[in-house]
Design a protein around this ligand. Structure first.
Ligand SMILES: O=P(O)(O)O[C@H]1O[C@H](CO)[C@@H](O)[C@H]1O
Ligand SMILES: O=c1cc[nH]c(=O)[nH]1
Length: 244
């Protein structure tokens, strides 16, 4: 977009042109779908995998932005959104379940993430936990309760690799250590939010079991779409409750 607005270098998000309350998601098409639930939605930037909209939900100004797949690219999104004015960021994503108690189609509110990713290793020492903001996690729990969905609250694992090579994924290790599911960005969001002094939370819709053979991965089933729709609603309600 070639206007005279000051913009962040990679995401092209306008500096001071976003809401302090932000929803992020991997897929640019999901960002568009979330924007479709807002009043007066307007696309304000689209650069690489980063597509950003402003709009209002129940009278509260909200920004929605996509961050792509994986922590390095997502970290650029989180850093630039924070520099542009974000104070609260909620990731609305998908994940694979680790437990029969949370079947595909249900939801996890992530209070924390295991940092198996490479990005945060280059930012903070090993042993520093990736923890969500308590107020944001509580707001997500309350909104999920109010919505009446099946959900669990707990730890997710953030991985870099999606399709496995000859090295076995550490799914059993992390499942046995108490993780509820696996995804690819929350550790970066929580680490960066703590470093930069903003609040973050994450909610993920389960599209299968993380330890299944990914050659059968299909996130396009109706029950996944329904869970994504539910978590979008939950995240928007949580943001509004935090704004009150
Ligand atoms: O649905 P999103 O938000 O992209 O989240 C999950 O889906 C992608 C993998 O297919 C990874 O980004 C993972 O974290
Ligand atoms: O990273 C992801 C995202 C969705 N489903 C998975 O199994 N893994």
């Amino acid at each position: 977009m070639s206007d005279h607005v000051e913009r962040m270098p990679t995401t092209r998000v306008p500096v001071n042109g976003i809401s302090p309350l932000v929803i992020v998601c991997g897929n640019p098409f999901r960002a568009e779908a979330i924007a479709g639930k807002l009043d007066d939605a307007e696309e304000i930037a689209y650069s690489r995998e980063y597509r950003t909209f402003n709009g209002t939900y129940k009278g509260t100004k909200v920004t929605v932005s996509s961050h792509g797949i994986g922590t390095p690219g997502a970290a650029v999104s989180f850093e630039e959104l924070i520099r542009a004015g974000a104070n609260v960021i909620i990731r609305v994503g998908t994940a694979g379940s680790y437990t029969e108690d949370l079947q595909p189609g249900s939801i996890i509110v992530a209070d924390s993430a295991v940092r198996t990713d490479g990005l945060t290793k280059q930012m903070v020492p090993d042993g520093v936990p990736a923890v969500g903001d308590f107020q944001v996690v509580q707001a997500l729990n309350k909104a999920a309760d109010d919505k009446g969905v099946t959900f669990g609250t707990g730890m997710v694992v953030t991985l870099d690799a999606f399709y496995a090579g000859p090295v076995e994924f550490p799914h059993k290790l992390y499942k046995d250590s108490g993780a509820l599911g696996a995804e690819m960005e929350i550790s970066a969001l929580y680490t960066i939010a703590r470093l930069r002094g903003v609040q973050a939370g994450g909610i993920v819709a389960l599209d299968g079991f993380a330890y299944d053979d990914m050659t059968h991965y299909n996130p396009h089933k109706d029950f996944v779409s329904k869970a994504i729709d539910d978590e979008i609603h939950i995240a928007l309600e949580a943001l509004v409750s935090i704004a009150e």
